[in-house]
Design a protein around this ligand. Structure first.
Ligand code: FEO
Length: 168
């Protein structure tokens, strides 16, 4: 069993993960409209991974004999601009998710809930990877993205991303 405080923050995190899935899916649609199918693939796969993140939390709350509470998911909002500007928005979004996960870790320590604290390590590690991969794409876009040929090559690179299911 987990405390009410932990239950609430984990349910909030479930909502954040599903919001992230929505956000990436809407970005995927926008990139497809632009004809950037590799970028569209990358963001669509990210959306699938976010659903996994939400489902892992969902299963954890159930495994701890607590209650899942699914709240409405906000409509995704982002500025439909250039690829680099969209990836900068992605980076800012992931930084906010990292802060949210830090809060879960901090609260679970405060509540002496070591199982949840240990569980959250999966998300802390994932955030390091996500921030790093997004940051690398931003660097490439900043260095090469203004040239159409480079954008084409980067789009081709991002088209190779494959989905692998996350579980715990
Ligand atoms: Fe599930 Fe992108 O954090």
């Amino acid at each position: 069993m987990i405390s009410d405080k932990i239950k609430d923050i984990l349910n909030e995190q479930i909502n954040k993960e599903f919001y992230s899935a929505y956000l990436y899916l809407s970005m995927s649609a926008y990139f497809a409209e632009m004809g950037l199918y590799g970028f569209s693939n990358w963001t669509k796969i990210q959306s699938q991974e976010e659903i996994d993140h939400g489902l892992i939390l969902f299963e954890y709350v159930i495994d701890r004999k607590s209650q899942v509470k699914l709240c409405p998911i906000d409509a995704p909002i982002f500025d439909m601009k250039s690829p680099v500007e969209i990836f900068e928005q992605i980076y800012a979004h992931e930084r906010s998710i990292t802060s949210a996960i830090d809060c879960v870790a901090q609260m679970s320590e405060g509540e002496c809930d070591l199982a949840t604290r240990n569980f959250v390590d999966l998300y802390l590690k994932e955030q390091i990877e996500e921030e790093a991969s997004v940051s690398k794409i931003i660097s490439k876009l900043k260095i090469f993205g203004d040239e159409k040929a480079s954008l084409y090559l980067l789009d081709r690179e991002l088209s190779k991303r494959k989905y692998t299911q996350h579980s715990y």
